[in-house]
Design a protein around this ligand. Structure first.
Ligand code: PEP
Ligand code: MN
Length: 340
């Protein structure tokens, strides 16, 4: 059962209600950062009269019923949408947010140069992997904690908040000390222990879609984060495995307007992994915004040909500047996506 509270609900009254519900032995989740406060009650077979009583409480705006396996992630919980705030950057509003940076932190020089260049190009968040999920155990695995230190230095120099992947549960605390937003990679979307631990940090999360995950599985992964009391969740479509090796993955732009209908969470698109080919990145960036994405995450390198990881899909800063300019132009001409 989900209670949508009034937007002006007194936090003390809310806490009193939560305490009473917990005293009843109910499992209760409170979401209060990204929009209208919401209380989730995890209990099956609660009597209808109980819902009626709760609906009459002055701080409760509505008892929301959801006929979906995911509940807290469902659009009906916050029809007006959730806004995720990473430092001063707000994701989920009209202005598209561009996250950019190298696939992998390789060296101080590479990262600082790239960070300064993406800021110049108009990006407002810096990406970069310190712990990398590599298909082969023999490939470069990232710089680890040294990479995190370099990201912190790049943030210091550019003012850009940082987004970086956390690969496993044992690193969650360490990565959370450095990162402004924690990325859960495609290969980890169903790592439920990781989802729970990341939720508990309270940090904003970028949840990539598993490349073989259905939209429903993806929203259920988001549900783990929400059920852990963290509503600072941004969904990221990054392509699914298709049948055609002509591109690295098949960027599922259907998913963008679809999840905007199904969920209140912001959604962004990764055209770099979604295509695997830098020539396709500008076009798919614009298509993503036209489809209703709240932003992009793009791999950028000062010397794409020399990138240690994912060079073929990395663009240079000049191309990013062009994308940022054109993305704003697209955004200006499109209406909000049509909601069913
Ligand atoms: C990445 O962002 O560099 C990455 C590894 O992405 P994904 O998890 O989507 O493959
Ligand atoms: Mn990459």
């Amino acid at each position: 059962m989900i209670l949508r509270l009034r937007s002006d609900a007194d936090p003390h009254e809310r806490q009193k209600l939560v305490t009473v519900l917990r005293d009843y032995g109910l499992e209760v989740t409170v979401l209060a950062h990204g929009g209208v406060p919401v209380i989730g009650i995890n209990g099956h077979g609660l009597p209808d009269a109980f819902a009626d009583d709760l609906a009459r409480l002055p701080i409760v705006e509505a008892v929301v019923s959801i006929g979906k396996p995911y509940r807290l992630a469902a659009r009906a919980v916050r029809p007006e949408g959730t806004v995720v705030q990473v430092d001063s950057v707000r994701i989920g509003e009209r202005e598209p947010v561009v996250i950019a940076g190298p696939c992998t932190v390789e060296s101080r020089e590479q990262l600082i140069r790239t960070a300064e260049a993406v800021r110049e190009a108009g990006a407002t968040l810096l990406r970069g992997g310190a712990y990398k999920p590599r298909t082969s155990p023999y490939s470069f695995q990232g710089l680890g904690e040294r990479g995190l230190e370099l990201l912190a230095e790049a943030r210091e120099r550019t003012g850009l908040p940082i987004v970086t992947e956390v690969l496993d549960t044992e690193h969650v605390e360490l990565v959370a000390q450095y990162a402004d937003m924690l990325q859960i990679g495609s290969r980890n979307m169903m790592n439920f222990a990781l989802l729970r631990k990341v939720a508990a940090t309270g940090k904003p999360v970028l949840l990539k879609r598993g490349f073989a995950a259905t939209v429903e599985e993806w929203l259920l992964a988001a549900e783990y984060l929400l059920a852990g009391g963290n509503d600072q969740v941004v969904l990221c479509e990054r392509g699914v495995r298709g049948f055609d090796p002509a591109t690295r993955f098949m960027l599922d732009l259907n998913a963008v307007p679809l999840v905007r209908q199904l969920s209140h969470l912001p959604v962004i698109v990764d055209p770099s992994h979604g295509t695997g080919l830098r020539e396709l990145v500008p076009g798919m960036s614009l298509a993503a915004i036209a489809a209703g994405a709240h932003g992009l995450i793009v791999e950028v390198h000062v010397e794409p040909e020399a990138a240690l990881v994912d060079g073929r899909q990395s663009i240079d800063p000049a191309t990013l500047a062009d994308i940022v300019r054109r993305v704003r132009a697209v955004r200006d001409v499109i209406e909000e996506p049509v909601m069913a």
